[in-house]
Design a protein around this ligand. Structure first.
Ligand code: MF3
Ligand code: CO
Length: 253
């Protein structure tokens, strides 16, 4: 079952976890420039999370016999899609980088990601980044009481038309754990799936590629790359479904 917040107090806890995530992501965005490494960004994320009394959700995460995840952030460059452990390769002008951050505050988990250009990048890379972000917002707008989960997936997939929509990964419930039910595909059928209810907390995360959507995992057992080497982008927000509409808990502005 997805997390269903039982009170305004629980929603307030999730807002705190989300706000910390947003603040730290804003600092990471500002720090992105040619020459910076993933390890430097990870150190920044770690210290800013701890300074706010939160815990880096991803660090030490070890599902299904994988080696424990090394970072506070995921750092995925160009054809890397998601889950890249931070490394010491400096970012170069023209790269695009996806950064995913988990912050747990008093046991409540927030999960959010963005893709950013490093210096000047190609117009097609900028378009990929923009459309992926727009697809996320289409999904968020569809996350209304009375709609079904499939309406969210449909809205994301419709907007992603023309790009490779990754099928092996998707969004998820979030709250007491990083990954809760349900799994949320980034394409779907209108009216299908579970009905959305007040208090549900979801992480929506469209992932799009310039080329074919097939992915593979590198030998480190974490980094997911596009099999055809094409550029990929990833945006994610944690949202709460309320009777007044979706509330984005990890919003930066
Ligand atoms: N947003 C990512 C996901 O839901 C976070 C993964 S964290 C990692 O898959 F630790 F698994 F890398
Ligand atoms: Co996630």
């Amino acid at each position: 079952m997805p997390v269903e917040l039982k009170s305004e107090a629980e929603l307030e806890q999730m807002r705190r976890a989300g706000r910390i995530n947003a603040e730290v992501r804003a600092l990471l965005m500002e720090a992105i420039r040619p020459g910076v490494t993933g390890l430097q960004l990870d150190e920044l994320a770690m210290s800013e999370i701890e300074r706010r009394g939160a815990v880096a959700t991803f660090k030490g995460y070890a599902p299904g016999g994988k080696p424990p995840y090394s970072g506070a952030i995921c750092y995925s460059v160009n054809e890397q899609l998601v889950h890249g452990p931070p490394n010491d390769r400096p970012l170069m002008e023209g790269d695009i980088v996806s950064i995913d951050l988990g912050a747990t505050y008093e046991g409540w988990v927030s999960d959010a990601a963005f893709t950013a250009p490093v210096g000047d990048v190609s117009q097609e890379a900028l378009d990929l980044i923009r459309v992926t972000r727009e697809a996320l917002w289409c999904g968020i707008e569809a996350a209304q009481v009375g709609n079904h989960l499939g309406d969210v997936s449909y809205a994301i997939g419709e907007h992603s038309n023309g790009y490779g929509i990754i099928e092996e990964y998707g969004g998820h419930g979030v709250g007491r754990e990083m990954h809760e039910q349900p799994h949320i595909q980034n394409m779907g059928r209108r009216g299908s799936g579970m009905p959305l209810r007040q208090g549900m907390v979801l992480a929506l995360e469209p992932m799009l590629a310039m080329g074919h959507p097939a992915t593979e995992e590198l030998d480190d057992q974490w980094t997911v790359v596009m099999r055809d080497g094409s550029l990929a982008a990833h945006w994610e927000e944690t949202i709460a479904i309320t009777d007044e509409g979706p509330e984005v808990l990890t919003r930066i502005d």
